[in-house]
Design a binder for this molecule. Structure first.
Ligand SMILES: [Zn+2]
Length: 75
């Protein structure tokens, strides 16, 4: 049976226990992440593990719902 050589990164992963790219840990939640989110000033405030992504229109609808005084319900 012919041996198909593994890709270099697979061999490396088997040797080191992880792919060649160093894992990046979120400074906010500490989770290993692939994407970090920073504000305009470059300050990281979230990663793909701890950010909440939501449809902007749904969010606005929920905000309106939440800011509506109780007496406005019903009649
Ligand atoms: Zn995070």
């Amino acid at each position: 049976m012919e041996q198909i050589p593994d890709a270099p990164w697979i061999r490396e992963a088997e040797r080191d226990g992880y792919p060649s790219a160093d894992p990046v840990y979120c400074p906010v939640c500490g989770e290993e992440c692939e994407t970090i989110y920073a504000d305009q000033g470059g300050t990281v405030f979230a990663c793909n593990k701890c950010i909440l992504e939501q449809d902007a229109w749904e969010w606005q609808e929920e905000e309106r719902e939440a800011s509506r005084p109780d007496w406005a319900d019903g009649e």
